[in-house]
Each structure stands twice: as C-alpha cells, then as structure tokens.
Design a protein around this ligand. Sequence first.
Ligand SMILES: Nc1nc2c(c(=O)[nH]1)N[C@H]1C(S)=C(S)[C@@H](COP(=O)(O)O)O[C@H]1N2
Ligand SMILES: [Mo]
Length: 249
Amino acid sequence: MKRPKISLSDFRPQIERVERRLFLKRGLSLGALTMLSGCTLKDDDAVDRLLFAMSRFNDRAQAALFDPNKLAPVYEEAEVTTPFPFNAFYEEKLAPVIDAENYRLRLSGLIDNNAPWTLRELRALPQATQITRHVCVEGWSAIGKWGGVPFRTFLERVGADMTARYVGFRCADNYSTSIDMPSALHPQTLLALDFPGHAGETKYGFPVKIRIPTKLGFKNPKHVTEIFVTNDNPGGYWEDKGYNWFSGS
Ligand SMILES: Nc1nc2c(c(=O)[nH]1)N[C@H]1C(S)=C(S)[C@@H](COP(=O)(O)O)O[C@H]1N2
Ligand SMILES: [Mo]
C-alpha cells in the first residue's frame, strides 16, 4: 500500500501551537498558568482557550501600539531577492491561474460603490512602486518590488467606510485574511498589480495582491478576488488555525 506523502507544512498549525505553549510555559510558571486558566495543562481545550484569549489580548495591545505614520524600511533595486521565494498553503504547481480579461475584483460590505473592477480600470488609478521586505512566520524573509494602487486611494475612491474596523480579503485559491482599518490606510499598503518574478509569472499573486510591508507575509493575500469592509472580525485561513491575528508592527 502506498502511504500518503506528508510534509512538514501539513503540521504548521500544530507546530505553531506547540511553540506558543513552550513560549507561554517559559514566560509563566506552571502554577501561574494553572491559576490563570483554572485548569491543568493536561486540559487541552482550556489551554487552547487561554492561549486564544491571550492572543486576542495581544491583538488589542498591538493595535494600540500601531503607529499609522511609522514606515517600514525601503530598499534599493540592487537589494531585491532573486528568484523571489514562493510560498502558499499548497505546492507551487497548484497556484491558481487567472484569466486577466475575465477577472473582476468584487467589493462588498460597508462600501458605497461596490461595482466590480476590471484590471484595466485598476491600472487607470494612480500607481506607486515600492521595494520592501516580506517576512514569513516560517522563518524566511526576502526583498521584493511591488507596484500598484495605494490601498488608501482605492478605499477612498470606492467610498469604503473608513470608520469600520476591518478589511477582509477572499482569494481565488480559497485563501482568506483580514486586517485592521488603520493598517489598510497605512501609506505603504498597496493594492499590488506588479509582482516579483518574470513577466507572465503569476504565482506571486497575479492579478491582485495586497502588499502590507508592516505585516507578516500571511497577512498579504495573493490572487485577491473580493475585498469587504466590516465591523466583525473576519479571521482568515491561518488566523482561524491559531496564528496571531494582528501580526504586524
Ligand atoms: N492567496 C494566498 N495568499 C497568500 C498565501 C496563500 O497560500 N494563498 N500564503 C501567504 C503566506 S504564508 C506568504 S509567506 C506569502 C507568500 O508570498 P510569495 O509567494 O509572494 O512569497 O503569501 C501569503 N498570501
Ligand atoms: Mo508566510
């Protein structure tokens, strides 16, 4: 019988959870942890609930510390990492291929004008480029160049409710993530239409990626098909598996 191929990445959430536990256990004595949670460490469910509560507390602390004017470092063209690393929750060859002509960026939620956008219409908006560092929780980082529409410009243009708390993203590969409105309005957050790699290479997020240099890689959705504005935290693919939601600076 052929055994199914199992890779380390299948266990990422579990590994993360174990790591978070070790981190917690180092920071808090066993007694303190037991007292805090009112449980023993054997009680997995209660430990998970405590970790989740602490992560949510951490989200609030991080959001309070977020400085909307603090810029992520920018780099020179010569510092760009080539080839740029690919990452996704699946193998590279399974990256979605999207037809540019038929592509539409859908909008929903607290947005005045939620008509869908073609790529040509997005290209007609003001464009900017930036060279910044992408940092992945899995322990690698790379410098890349992205071009596209400053996300604030786009949100203003469509009449997004900027007093709302969250912006959520849905992707062609069923990935999803969400960010806080202040990070969405940050001057370096980009609705990217140009990506690392050769012309015609689509695995880095074609046709639309949200590039947020103040956030970890997994908060930067590729192949975005829908953007929505909401006051209810939408979570996301990794967030729902226990990754810290804010994950930014
Ligand atoms: N649609 C989609 N976006 C995604 C992911 C994904 O699996 N699907 N993975 C995230 C993670 S964990 C990382 S590190 C980056 C990788 O982007 P890259 O392929 O451009 O390096 O994409 C992020 N955005
Ligand atoms: Mo990542």
